[in-house]
Ligand binder design. Sequence first.
Ligand code: ZN
Length: 174
Amino acid sequence: MKKKAKEYENEIEYLLKTRLDTKATKELKFSEIEDFPRLSKTIIIENIIFGTYQYNQCQKYYEDLLNNETCYLISEKSYESRNNAENTKIIAFEIASRHKRSEVKKFTKKKKLKFYKVFIKYVPLLNEWRSIKSYICNCMSGRKVVGCCVHVATVLCFLAFDRFRNIRIKGKHL
Ligand SMILES: [Zn+2]
C-alpha cells in the first residue's frame, strides 16, 4: 500500500484548473445523471470512503445538493485525447463549504459563498465500486490517496444510493 501511494498520481488532477462555466462543460441537473453506478452504502463505506464518519458528515451537505441540482458534465472532447478505453464520464459538482453556516444563510448569492469543486470519473452503468475510477476535490483534503474528502463522499453517496430513498434533512425546519 505504501509503495502504491508513493507512485500514485491522480489522473484527473488537471481538472482542478477547469472552470465549470465554459463551453467545455455541459450544465445539467443531477437527476439527469441516470447512468451513475448504483452501489450500496456498505460497498461505498468499505471500499471508497472507509468508515461511517464521512458518511454521517455527508448528511449535512444533502440539503445544499437538493437546493441546487446543478452539476456539470465535462465535455469528452476536452479529455478524449487521454486514455478513455472504458468510455468513462466525468461529472463535476460545486459543493458549498459548511464553514460559517450563518454566513451561508445571510448570503444566498452564489458568489458570496466558498464552493469546492468535486470531479468524479466513472464508468457508466457498471454497478460495482471499481467503476468509480477517480475523484478529486479542491478542498484541503481533496487529494487524499486513501479514502476521500467529505465533498467527494457526499456526491458519491448521494448519486450511488441516497437519492433513491427519501432523505430527511436534519434541521431543515430551523
Ligand atoms: Zn473536498
